[in-house]
Design a protein around this ligand. Structure first.
Ligand code: F6P
Length: 552
């Protein structure tokens, strides 16, 4: 595709636009009755089963989506990513988070250099350091074991590690390994978050990990200074050496901050912030909490999906299919949102993490070549674990707006409960909902069914469900560290697929800059007003009024 050609100008895109009319004539009730169709929409890989038969597609749609993938040069783009080309063109960087979980002997190059040995140098350093802290051979300034960790970071330096930590917490093997230890995350610059995260902690037994790719992020650096003061006030200025370590790509700034670069864990500019959980960003805090061997399993799970994504034909390629279906829903059926609904409380931080990965990656208004997009890219992602979500926003999904849903279920619970005399375990109860909701959305309930149930006439409109609401189901065998890694990588690659099809750069994030620079102007004003009593100037009426009220 020539650089000025947008995907919406290609024949396959136009063909799909026309195909929408065909799909609009169908109802999922009828589509689901075609067993051959449904069989073709089941995909299995490495223990995970994907069922996308409840999407508003027929086999013809999928063929047309593959043609769209061809027009977008999807395979070539995936190859360029794996080949270390600078596909993040606005930042002139490779995109190689796959290298973070590659086996030691793999060769993955960026700028002609195999990056895998560097990855493993850091992983080995993390393994060694985390074992020393956990075993008590690295102790705090007063000789006490560092049993608590506060990881300071925001955005990509926070959400991924929080998701994985929350998911591992209840895994029996991980929980056993974490006994007696605590891992907390301090992200918000709000002093309330500081208070919450240091309450109950003793500086003598606390290790602070400052996580920031740039080591310039205002929130993180202020929180790092705050905790530095907290440690120094209790233990003296020298204590930083034993109680603070860093994860960053910017080692000079780590040193300037006062953390010994020997206690810093590097990563590289070819790791995007929101794709960094498999770098030291996640691996260090998680290894301190759970031990490196468990984190290694998480990396292995992600690596398994990396291989699948790279080498499997599109018909059986989970991230490719998921990405194409998302493009179909957003760009052709006109559904801008997606609900991520894990039927596992352990995955409660999965949707918040995917929100960042997806919305920061694909929330773009121009093509990778800078041409304004005549269509809307990106999705509005949100979600909650089932069944909690069912008692919150599902009403809207069943009878209000159409929102394609991802149902994520787990065969074997991390913490099964069997009550005496009850055949159905708590997990069975949870999973009954996981199986029922997609069908309720797909089939709905007709007027005829309601009449058959003798529902009074005046209630029939209220109790009717139109159905035909798309969803897909992902069934994982369990929620081990390995499976958590698989799930992460499926979504990371799915989001990349969407961006590759839309023809955008999913790996930059210029949209977050404007707000940051305006906050700098406000910060300057607050400083002038507080130190020199200067009046508020240079802001519009609304902001001036609010600022003046705040300063009063
Ligand atoms: O919010 C924008 C962002 O740049 C994210 O992409 C990034 O993950 C986050 O800020 C934190 O950045 P850093 O790791 O450099 O502190």
């Amino acid at each position: 595709m020539a650089s000025t050609t947008l995907i919406c100008d290609t024949e396959p895109w136009k063909d799909l636009k026309g195909h929408v009319k065909e799909i609009e004539k169908t109802h999922l009730r009828d589509l689901m009755a075609d067993v051959e169709r449904c069989k073709s929409m089941m995909v299995e890989f490495d223990g995970i089963l994907l069922d996308y038969s409840r999407q508003r597609v027929c086999q013809d749609t999928i063929e047309k989506l593959f043609k769209l993938a061809e027009a977008a040069h999807l395979k070539q783009k995936i190859d360029r990513m794996y080949g270390g080309e600078h596909i993040n063109s606005t930042e002139n960087r490779s995109v190689l988070h796959i290298a973070l979980r590659a086996p030691r002997d793999k060769v993955i190059c960026s700028d002609g250099k195999n990056v895998v040995p560097d990855v493993w140098t850091v992983l080995d350093k993390i393994k060694d350091f985390s074992e020393r802290v956990r075993s008590g051979s690295w102790v705090g300034a007063t000789g006490k074991v560092l049993k608590d960790v506060v990881a300071i970071g925001i955005g990509g330096s926070f959400l991924g590690p929080l998701f994985v930590h929350t998911a591992l917490q209840t895994d029996p093997e991980a929980a056993e390994s974490a006994k007696g230890r605590q891992l907390r995350f301090l992200a918000n610059v709000d002093p309330i978050d500081v208070a919450r995260n240091i309450t109950g902690l003793n500086p003598e037994t606390t290790l602070v990990v400052v996580v920031s790719k740039t080591f310039t992020t205002a929130e993180t650096m202020l929180n790092a200074r705050t905790l530095k003061e907290w440690i120094q006030a209790a233990l003296g200025p020298q204590a930083v050496a034993k109680h603070m370590v860093a994860v960053s790509t910017n080692l000079p700034l780590v040193k300037e901050f006062g953390i010994d670069p020997a206690n810093a864990f590097a990563f590289w500019d070819w790791v995007g912030g929101r794709y960094s959980v498999c770098s030291a960003v996640g691996v260090l805090p998680l290894s301190l909490q759970y031990g490196f061997p468990i984190v290694q399993k998480f990396l292995n799970g992600a690596s398994s999906i990396d291989n699948h994504f790279y080498s499997t034909s599109f018909e059986k390629n989970m991230p490719v299919l998921l990405g194409l279906l998302s493009v179909w829903n957003v760009s052709f059926l006109g559904y801008p949102a997606r609900a991520i609904l894990p039927y596992s409380q352990a995955l409660e931080k999965f949707a918040p993490h995917i929100q960042q990965v997806s919305m920061e990656s694909n929330g773009k208004g121009v093509s990778i070549d800078g041409i304004p997009l005549p269509f809307e890219a990106g999705e509005i992602d949100f979600g909650e674990p089932g069944t909690n979500g069912q008692h919150s926003f599902y009403q809207l999904i069943h009878q209000g707006r159409v929102i394609p849903c991802d149902f994520i279920g787990v065969v074997k619970s991390q913490q099964p409960i069997y009550l005496k005399g009850e055949a159905v375990s708590n997990h069975d109860e949870l999973m009954s909902n996981f199986f029922a909701q997609p069908d309720a959305l797909a089939y709905g309930k007709t007027r005829e069914q309601l009449l058959g149930e003798k529902v009074p006439n005046h209630l029939i409109p209220h109790k009717t469900f139109s159905g035909n609401r798309p969803s897909l189901s992902l069934l994982l065998p369990s929620l081990s560290a390995y499976n958590i890694g698989q799930l992460l990588a499926i979504y990371e690659h799915r989001i990349a697929v969407e961006g590759f099809i839309w023809g955008i750069n999913s790996f930059d994030q210029w949209g977050v800059e404007l707000g940051k620079s305006l906050a700098t102007q406000v910060r300057k004003q607050l400083n002038l007003s507080r130190t020199q009593g200067k009046p508020v100037v240079g802001f519009n009426f609304g902001t001036s009024t609010l600022l003046t009220r705040y300063l009063e």
